[in-house]
Design a binder for this molecule. Structure first.
Ligand SMILES: Nc1ncnc2c1ncn2[C@@H]1O[C@H](COP(=O)(O)OP(=O)(O)OP(=O)(O)O)[C@@H](O)[C@H]1O
Length: 241
């Protein structure tokens, strides 16, 4: 199956003195969850925003959802972004709208208001916010706002989810809810997920964990390695007892 993200030799600089991404290669398949780690300033957000057609490709090739992003026109970029779910650290909820209306807004181009309202309510319920549908953002806790932002990104049933620290401000219970929602999007709907996080609570849903070092990706772990480690751990325990 074709990769949802395919980067080859992707290079990006903000200035001549500092190349942030340096001939980077990346493939993300449909339904795969790739966790991206790296120190502050490594270029994780730069990579996410390139994949989300939020900044222009300078050098190398980047294909997202079958579109070549190099030189892609604005209208085509906008169209591509409508197939992508974004969860960024700043929630950008609209203060004058309720949680439900904020989620509805992201569906209005696709479906009728009645359908959008029903889907928004279901998305908020799946994130444990059924009782907060009519609350305004300033009546919500930081963690609740974050979950509204996750609902808003997932309700469109995107083919690609780009997420930057989606659980950073969440307690364990809320983090588990967000984790389950992301996992369900990937495994039930084949949504490809590129997830920037340092939150170890999310690592067990990852198919791959990669680290951005000196502008390139280093493979830290794949699902088969994780499975083998678990299996070896079980074997070791059974031999001891
Ligand atoms: N608009 C910009 N102009 C100039 N330099 C920038 C700009 N945005 C980011 N940078 C620099 O590019 C580098 C990579 O930034 P980026 O935000 O991609 O890193 P990051 O890995 O996401 O960091 P963090 O984990 O702190 O969010 C950093 O050195 C940053 O200072």
């Amino acid at each position: 199956m074709n990769a949802v993200i395919s980067a080859r030799g992707l290079t990006y600089s903000y200035s001549r003195a500092r190349t942030v991404l340096s001939a980077l290669d990346l493939d993300v398949a449909p339904g795969a969850i790739v966790v991206l780690t790296g120190v502050s300033g490594a270029g994780k957000t730069t990579l996410l925003t390139l994949c989300g057609a939020l900044r222009s490709v300078q050098q190398g090739n980047l294909q997202v959802l079958g579109r070549d992003l190099r030189g892609l026109e604005r209208e085509a970029q906008r169209e591509l972004r409508s197939s992508i779910g974004f969860i960024f650290q700043a929630h950008h909820l609209i203060d004058a709208l309720t949680a439900g209306q904020n989620v509805v807004m992201s569906l209005l181009e696709q479906v009728s208001i009645a359908d959008a309202a029903a889907r928004a309510e279901a998305a908020l319920s799946s994130l444990g916010l059924a009782h907060r549908v009519d609350a305004l953002p300033n009546e919500l806790s930081g963690g609740e706002k974050q979950r509204v932002a996750v609902a808003r990104a997932l309700v469109r049933e995107p083919s690609l989810l780009l997420a930057d620290e989606p659980t950073a401000s969440l307690d364990d219970e809320s983090a588990d809810i967000v984790k389950a929602a992301i996992h369900a999007a990937a495994k039930r709907r084949s949504c490809a997920v590129l997830l920037v996080t340092h939150d170890a609570r999310l690592f067990d849903i990852a198919d791959r964990v990669v680290r951005l070092v000196d502008g390139q990706l280093v493979e830290l772990c794949t699902r088969s390695v994780v499975s083998n480690l678990k299996w070896l751990g079980t074997l070791a325990k059974s031999k001891v007892s």
